[in-house]
Design a protein around this ligand. Structure first.
Ligand code: AMP
Length: 214
């Protein structure tokens, strides 16, 4: 099963992708996570990507497509994957189709997770991530038992560098301008399903599973 998760920053793509991994047994591929790992490792690629990420702009297609090509070729992705945060513009979407065609593969379904604008803002400003295991929290909606500490592994929680107000509004605008057109792109291919991303995490997962008919 090859799935694209579409949705604004803060729509819950990462949370749902992690749950789908358990459910479907295929890996999550998040270009945001791959880029953040490259930045943390201070690799040449990470150094190139950092300025765009800090500004809330898209990292160049060359960099992101190179990462995707490498990741999709790995053994665990042979039977499928869940793309989270990729593709992010039309050029990436067509490049992905070409890349998959070369491998005799295809996207099965694009799930658009729809969340009202006001809710996105609160989700992004309240978001915290565990530095050790990657677990996600929100100080408004799903706080950890102890402030700043992961319930699962005891790791320290942090706020992403780009989850500040100025960068958030830029990221939301970039989404509207560059990523939203992909909804139509996948609709034209007959692959799109839109689900509401409001409500309980497990209920949203149920909607996605239903839309995938698995
Ligand atoms: P995310 O974690 O998906 O919200 O991504 C965080 C940041 O990484 C974005 O604001 C972009 O700067 C960069 N990024 C992630 N995925 C992509 C992509 N597919 N194309 C370009 N930039 C990306």
């Amino acid at each position: 099963m090859r799935i694209v998760l579409l949705g604004a920053p803060g729509s819950g793509k990462g949370t749902q992708a992690k749950l789908l991994v358990e459910r479907l047994g295929v890996p999550q591929i998040s270009t945001g996570d791959l880029l953040r790992a490259a930045v943390a490792a201070q690799s040449p690629l990470g150094l190139k990507a950092k300025a765009a990420m800090d500004a809330g702009e898209l990292v160049s297609d060359d960099i992101v497509l190179g990462m995707i090509r490498e990741r999709i070729a790995q053994a665990d992705a042979k039977a499928g994957f869940i793309l989270d945060g990729f593709p992010r513009n039309s050029a990436q979407a067509t490049a992905l189709d070409t890349l998959l065609a070369e491998l005799n593969q295809d996207i099965d379904r694009a799930i658009h997770i729809q969340v009202p604008f006001d809710e996105l803002l609160k989700r992004l400003t309240g978001r915290r991530t565990c530095t050790q295991c990657g677990a996600l929290y929100n100080v408004y909606f799903s706080p950890p038992k102890q402030d700043g500490v992961c319930d699962r592994c005891g790791g320290a929680l942090m706020q992403r560098d780009d989850d500040n107000e100025q960068t958030i509004s830029r990221r939301l605008r970039v989404y509207e301008d560059q990523t939203q057109p992909l909804i139509e792109y996948y609709e034209r291919q007959g692959k799109l399903a839109t689900v509401s991303g409001s409500g309980e995490v497990t209920e949203i997962l149920r909607r996605i599973i239903e839309a995938l008919s698995v």
